[in-house]
Design a protein around this ligand. Structure first.
Ligand SMILES: CC(C)(COP(=O)(O)OP(=O)(O)OC[C@H]1O[C@@H](n2cnc3c(N)ncnc32)[C@H](O)[C@@H]1OP(=O)(O)O)[C@@H](O)C(=O)NCCC(=O)NCCS
Length: 184
């Protein structure tokens, strides 16, 4: 039986990269709105803030037969203006259908490129305020908690990445490719 034409496709491979194209950047913003405003209701209409002016956006692009088919994950990174060498990651979001995708994983892949590409730019500390339900994911990826606090009505851990596990990535606009678990 063939799938109805309006069934959303699930790509079997993805490219994790810095967002360079306008459509990638606007799709990342739309995904953030769906996740942080509609799904989690952390923000009412819009989750954009002053950090977006200086942050570098990263995306996970779904590939169908090697052709870009949309943005299914996003995160942003920025250097702390007050602390030289300290970088932050924030607004990590993965489209529901692509969560726990397998392979490297969309969220894990975005975290990997976020830290590795900042490392190549001279990052000496990489921090994130992580919603507490996601702390185990970050711990598995060699992050440690610096303490728990409440923000936007949710518990968070401030966490730091162990940079020894994130070698500098000098080609972030290409990034890397990952395949779904079991994909040919
Ligand atoms: C949190 C989020 C980004 C994770 O993305 P994801 O693509 O599902 O994560 P991955 O598949 O890369 O996860 C890697 C591994 O960690 C596991 N994992 C994922 N989320 C986890 C969690 N919250 N707790 C424990 N383990 C988790 C996955 O099962 C996977 O394990 P595997 O390698 O054995 O399959 C996604 O669930 C999301 O967008 N949530 C809503 C928004 C949100 O909470 N943003 C983060 C704010 S801090």
């Amino acid at each position: 039986m063939t799938a109805p034409l309006d069934t959303p496709r699930i790509a079997s491979s993805l490219q994790i990269k810095w967002a360079t194209e306008e459509w990638e950047k606007s799709a990342a913003m739309a995904l953030r709105r769906r996740v942080f405003c509609e799904e989690q209701q952390v923000f009412e209409q819009d989750d954009r803030d002053e950090i977006d002016v200086l942050a570098i956006p990263l995306v996970a692009v779904a590939l169908v037969q090697d052709i870009a088919d949309g943005v299914v994950g996003a995160v942003r990174i920025h250097e702390d203006e007050a602390r030289d060498g300290t970088w932050w990651g924030s607004r990590l979001a993965v489209e529901k259908r692509y969560r726990r995708f397998g392979g490297v994983g969309v969220g894990a892949g975005l975290i990997r490129l976020a830290v590795s590409s900042a490392h190549a730019l001279g990052c000496r500390r990489f921090l994130a305020n992580v919603q507490s339900q996601n702390a185990p994911l970050f711990q598995r990826l060699h992050w440690r908690s610096l303490g728990e606090f409440e923000c936007h009505g949710r518990l968070h851990h401030q966490m730091e990445a162990d940079l020894r596990y994130y070698p500098p990535c000098e080609t972030p606009t290409i990034g890397f490719f990952t395949r779904a678990r079991g994909a040919a």
